[in-house]
Ligand binder design. Structure first.
Ligand code: SF4
Length: 427
């Protein structure tokens, strides 16, 4: 494989026997419009996750986009973008395939991209090549006359879907019954809700309404400090691993971090456990990062003595403990870019980003800890065919696949984001 080869080419090479390796689903070589007709998250890491009945589906796009070759689609996207000029900004998440991010004006994590969109008030449309909650966040931060477009409506996020607003409201009611709502002598309320950026606008709105806040994987510790200044304990959702890894780093013991199972009364806990808790962890996870294990790290260390192992904090606690470092996609990207000496890096995050980092830094050896080619199922649903369709529709004056957050949700959701932006590290 050449350094610039994409995940898609890797998959094709594997499926045609030209390259060795394995992948997590043979369906990965199917075109997305074939995948879109099958209920579920599609092939990739989230295949086995249950999808909510209400999850949006993508309708069929015109045949000309489905039949076009990769070269034709590329040409059409380049032409449409050039003709649209400043009228459109294309955002590409780190986990998107090369054939999509090559057209992005900005590449980054979800929050960095939403902030980038904020800096383009002249654009009438923001095309977000990422997943649903990211497009919602961009809509929250952009002006009302700008349209945020998600090229494939089926591109959700299995982790975000694990915290449903009705379940969260129900959990809050149960906690309030046990813990009350009155602040203690120090003025700290019983519980502060903290949601990871990877959650729906409805969940961000819930946090805004209930004295809570949003965090990213880069600022989770600062946000938890903010929450503990105002509350006796935190309800953290949807990702248990980010919550646990961050709280452990802050010196909070595992026995003060019960897991909340939304399908069971009291989240499958007793009242005393909840009273004694410091961080109540929602039972959600990312199926991409759940795949990384201490055994993979051990194997990497024996194959490459001196290897530098960096994993994302959405990985399980034992994987983070076995790695040399853990950090957000921004941290991983910076660590590789700034390594002075040629270094071997074993990385625990989504394969598209790892492959791109390997191509961008040929003086280092960069490989994915997981030997199986298994991308994020929903990020993978953004195919160049959809990007060409949404851009050419804009040229014709039609906005398709607009993501717009209701005003009553948007206002408190913005408040929870503003609290995050105002939170500062303790000095
Ligand atoms: S990588 Fe995980 S958290 Fe990110 S979009 Fe995919 S499923 Fe969601």
């Amino acid at each position: 494989m050449t350094p610039a080869a994409s995940l898609e080419l890797t998959l094709k090479d594997i499926s045609t026997g030209r390259a060795s390796g394995s992948m997590c689903s043979a369906d990965l070589t199917e075109e997305p419009w074939v995948i879109d007709t099958t209920p579920g998250y599609g092939p990739g890491a989230s295949t086995a996750d249950p999808i909510p009945l209400s999850a949006p589906r993508q309708g069929e796009i015109p045949r000309e986009y489905r039949d076009a070759s990769a070269a034709e689609l590329r040409e059409r996207i380049v032409r449409a973008k050039a003709e649209l000029g400043e009228r459109v900004v294309v955002l590409g998440h780190h986990y998107q395939r090369v054939e999509v991010v090559e057209h992005a004006d900005y590449i980054g994590d979800s929050f960095m991209l939403a902030r980038a969109a904020q800096n383009h008030p002249e654009a009438e449309a923001i095309v977000f090549c990422g997943v649903h909650f990211m497009a919602e966040t961009a809509d929250l931060l952009s002006s009302p006359d700008q349209a945020v477009i998600l090229p494939n409506l089926a591109a959700g996020c299995s982790m975000a879907d694990m915290a449903d607003i009705d379940q969260v409201e129900d959990c809050w009611e149960q906690l309030t019954e046990i813990l009350g709502t009155e602040p203690d002598a120090a003025g700290r309320v019983p519980v502060v809700p903290v949601t990871y950026m990877n959650s729906s606008a409805a969940i961000k709105g819930f946090c805004g309404r209930n004295g809570g806040i949003v965090c990213t994987s880069s600022n989770a510790e600062v946000v938890l400090e903010w929450a503990f200044e105002r509350g006796q304990r935190v309800l953290f959702f949807p990702d248990q691993h980010l919550g646990r890894n961050t709280a452990l780093r802050m010196g909070i013991g595992l026995d003060a971090m019960p897991l909340w199972n939304p399908a069971r009364p009291l989240g499958n806990n007793d009242e005393q456990t909840l009273r004694d808790s410091k961080v109540i962890l929602w039972q959600g996870f990312c199926s991409v990062h759940k795949r990384f294990t201490p055994a993979q790290i051990e194997k990497a260390r024996s194959a490459h003595p001196g290897v530098r192992v960096i994993v994302h904090p959405e990985c399980p606690q034992e994987t983070v403990a076995a790695a040399d470092e853990s950090g957000s996609t921004a941290y991983i990207t910076k660590a590789i870019a700034e390594a002075a000496e040629p270094t071997v890096f074993a990385i625990g995050t989504e394969i598209n980003l790892v492959q791109r980092l390997a191509a961008e830094h040929p003086r280092h050896t960069v490989f994915c800890l997981d030997p199986v080619v298994c991308p994020c199922s929903t990020m993978y649903l953004i195919h160049p065919g959809y990007l060409a369709w949404v851009l050419e529709s804009l040229l014709e004056g039609t906005v398709v696949n607009r993501i717009a957050v209701d005003a009553e949700v948007a206002e408190p959701a913005r408040l929870s984001l503003e609290r995050m932006l105002a939170a500062k590290p303790r000095v």
